[in-house]
Design a protein around this ligand. Structure first.
Ligand code: MN
Length: 488
């Protein structure tokens, strides 16, 4: 019996386990077999969200975007220093789906030939993590991932020898809550610190390549990747839809669980419960849960204050679902009922939001939508009953802000690609996030949804989360999960 399984193990699913497995190890390998059959969840070695054709189409598109005869070279994530699970750099994952720490991917622009350079079995974590692809499973990795060849780290040099131009990312890879913008600004902050003279991992990799191949020209891969990632495929849209659904479920529970005296982080806890229970790995970004004045600080995320009667709370949070995320903004009254002044501002922002959603569609330019929305809202403003003239004036100032149709969303909450400079196209995913600001009173109101452009309009991924005043107030009458938590 053991002999029979050993044979299968050797041939097909030996991913880093001892050749003479203990009983435990053996059990895990059987799990792998079972999961390979189910092809879902558990200890699987390769993703099941995308077909191999999809990855190869992406790589072909990248080849078309590069200059002739160039190579693309990507360094995969190194793996966590602590006890986190492995998380691949987003661009690396996007191009091949391989999740091995310290992997390298080389794509030849002239024919799309793709080689993964993987660590040897002795160089990857063994026994204590899930099975990972490595040099010893070359044939299996090719079959599962669709890359043309798998070689060891030591073989990369001889391939680079043939390259005159190589596209490499200039920024460190995006993982978990880190997006391109973060990577860039973190590097700038570090370079300003005279006692921390490291260069970034991406810059170090470029230096290492250039030291060995001084004649090679290195160009920035990141803008090409950002551009490719603007238009989502149907399979990506499915994941984003699920991420949006879980986002809305989290918000619904947070609304139910809100009462005066509740801590901001407690709303985070109930939202995270829905994300994890729904199959997410984590949050897609650190949650903004901002009661009262905290909401004024755009990216407040300490989340350690108590929610007070009479205040309004801003929540902006989404899961990391199979590497994809979402984005949402909702504001609700801590005591369950908007005051008249809150109702006026919040209601106006909601009206603005609906007008924007109505105007967005394929073929339209973002600047035109902003202009038309401002015109429509001009009439609404005249007849709107605000609590003070200052509130009315601040509402009018919304017409001059060009960022209500906000950033792209996909593998990260703020994807690097731009949807501004050309007509909107089906498959573009971005947020609509009208914003009201009154610094003198430290007021900042906004509502945000993540939408996709379709053939004939839009689909709102986060629409399940209540938006209208009466819907929010009626939901808040329900008892929340948090009220089950034992009192101190
Ligand atoms: Mn946003």
């Amino acid at each position: 019996m053991l002999g029979r399984y050993n044979k299968i193990v050797d041939k097909d699913i030996y991913f880093g386990y001892d050749k003479n497995p203990s009983l435990n190890c053996f059990r895990e390998i059987l799990n792998v077999i079972a999961n390979k059959k189910k092809n879902t969840g558990g200890q699987k070695m390769y993703q099941t969200d995308f077909t191999l054709e999809e990855f190869s189409t992406r790589r072909k598109k990248l080849c078309e975007a590069m200059e002739d005869n160039a190579f693309a070279l990507l360094q995969g994530a190194p793996g966590p220093m602590g006890s986190d699970s492995f998380y691949q750099y987003k661009d690396f994952y996007y191009l091949c789906g391989i999740e091995t720490p310290r992997a390298y991917l080389l794509i030849e622009g002239r024919n799309g030939h793709t080689t993964a350079f993987l660590p040897h079995i002795s160089q990857v974590e063994q026994q204590s993590t899930k099975p990972v692809a490595c040099f010893e499973n070359a044939d299996l990795v090719c079959k599962l991932s669709g890359v043309d060849a798998v070689l060891g780290w030591e073989d990369l040099g001889q391939y680079l020898n043939r390259a005159s131009t190589i596209y490499m990312p200039f920024e460190d890879g995006e993982i978990r809550t880190v997006n391109r913008h973060h990577a860039k600004s973190w590097a700038i902050k570090q370079s300003a610190d005279p006692w921390d003279t490291r260069i970034t991992r991406a810059a170090q990799f470029i230096e290492t390549v250039k030291r060995q191949f001084p004649n090679v020209k290195v160009k920035n891969l990141s803008p090409l990747m950002d551009e490719m990632r603007v238009i989502k495929s149907p399979a990506e849209i499915e994941l984003l839809k699920e991420a949006g659904h879980l986002t809305a479920l989290g918000i619904i529970e947070a609304m139910r669980s809100t009462l005066p005296g509740v801590m901001e982080y407690q709303l985070d806890a109930v939202m995270l419960y829905y994300y994890l229970a729904g199959g997410s790995k984590d949050r897609g970004y650190h949650a903004i849960i901002a009661g009262g004045e905290n909401a004024f600080y755009g990216h407040y995320c300490e989340n350690d204050c108590q929610l007070n009667d009479g205040d309004i709370v801003l929540v902006d949070c989404a899961p990391d679902y199979h590497y994809y995320t979402s984005d949402i903004g909702r504001m609700w009254p801590v005591n369950g009922v908007y005051s008249n002044a809150q109702k006026a501002i919040y209601g106006f922002v909601v009206e603005y939001h609906k007008v924007l959603l109505d105007l967005i569609g394929p073929g339209r330019m973002v600047a035109d939508i902003h202009k038309e929305a401002a015109e429509k809202m001009g009439d609404v403003l005249e007849n709107w009953d605000f609590a003070t003239p200052d509130h009315k004036e601040a509402a009018g100032a919304m017409f001059n802000f060009g960022g209500h149709i906000s950033h792209c969303v996909g593998l990260t909450v703020h994807d690097g690609g731009l949807h501004y400079s050309r007509p909107l196209e089906p498959g573009m995913v971005f947020t609509v996030d009208p914003q009201f600001r009154l610094p003198e009173e430290k007021l900042y109101y906004r509502v945000e949804d993540t939408i996709v452009i379709t053939e004939d309009g839009i689909e709102n991924f986060t629409a399940e989360a209540p938006l209208e005043i009466e819907d929010v107030e009626s939901l808040m009458k329900e008892k929340g999960l948090l009220q089950e938590f034992p009192e101190k």
